[in-house]
Design a protein around this ligand. Structure first.
Ligand code: FE
Ligand code: FE
Ligand code: ZN
Length: 276
């Protein structure tokens, strides 16, 4: 089964997202747990959640993916910022248990001059404080483009974080196709090689989701600007190879392309035709 979805607005709650996903031919989706800038979270409405769980079950949805605010920096040099990040993680993971067995993705952060090794250590420490044995959510580190002092632009950095995390079964990786191409992994000309490299460093068993985006910038530009499917430097042929690669094809793919809902519907239609 092709597991495909896109980023949806959580403003109206869970039921509208599920309905919207069904309308556009998706069987999963991604959403922000809270306002990605202001950090404000909507109160969980238990009726909304209950009905939502029914809809996803009836419609055979795959695990959905929550995305932490991208302005959150768990490895900031500023203690206040780090504490905010930790508090938000705790709250988000508590909220995720209303919709058990799903996934929660976050950007590892930027070490802002403290050095990569320190950044990695702080992120792992934070994870060790917030991950709980009894949680059902898998937390995913997103592969980044390596802009500025971003942690997670190299597979080795993600591996080092995972190595330091105690509850390893609670942690995985979300691979963003725009980010890794920007980050210097050539998934256009050597997809096989990149997948082998990932497997050798992190391990494919840790790969739980793919952010499927084209990129506005050429190879290894460390920019992180998403483009519509087939309209960027990856191109439709490379995207087709990605969704059909034997090591990737069973993973869920989430579009984060610059689109309104109609554009997402269109891309999902195209991708379904390309999926073998
Ligand atoms: Fe992201
Ligand atoms: Fe992403
Ligand atoms: Zn991005």
């Amino acid at each position: 089964m092709f597991k495909i979805g896109c980023h949806l607005s959580a403003a109206e709650g869970f039921i509208p997202m599920a309905k919207q996903a069904i309308e556009i031919g998706a069987n999963t989706f991604q959403f922000f747990t809270r306002n990605p800038r202001g950090f404000k979270a909507k109160k969980i409405d238990e009726n909304d959640v209950k009905e939502f769980l029914k809809i996803v079950k009836e419609n055979n949805f795959y695990k959905i993916l929550a995305h932490a605010p991208y302005t959150l920096n768990p490895c900031s040099a500023d203690k206040q910022v780090r504490q905010t990040a930790k508090a938000l993680f705790v709250d988000d993971l508590k909220r995720m248990e209303y919709i058990p067995e799903n996934m929660y993705n976050f950007h590892p952060g930027s070490h802002v001059g403290q050095g990569m090794e320190t950044g990695i250590k702080i992120i792992a420490e934070t994870l060790n404080e917030v991950l709980k044995k009894e949680q059902t959510t898998t937390v995913l580190l997103e592969t980044m483009s390596g802009k500025g002092s971003e942690v997670g632009g190299k597979f080795e950095e993600l591996k080092k974080i995972i190595d330091l995390v105690e509850l390893k079964d609670k942690i995985g990786v979300c691979l963003d196709t725009c980010h890794i191409y920007d980050g210097g992994y050539d998934i256009v000309n050597d997809l096989d090689g990149v997948i082998k490299l990932f497997d050798g460093i992190v391990g494919l068993d840790k790969l739980k989701a793919v952010h499927l985006n084209d990129t506005k910038n050429p190879f290894s530009s460390h920019k992180d600007r998403h483009e519509k499917i087939g309209e960027g430097f990856l191109g439709l042929e490379a995207v087709c190879r990605i969704i059909n690669h034997p090591k990737l094809k069973d993973l869920p793919f989430f579009l984060e392309t610059p689109n309104e809902i109609d554009g997402y519907a269109q891309e999902i239609k195209i991708l379904k035709k390309l999926y073998k």
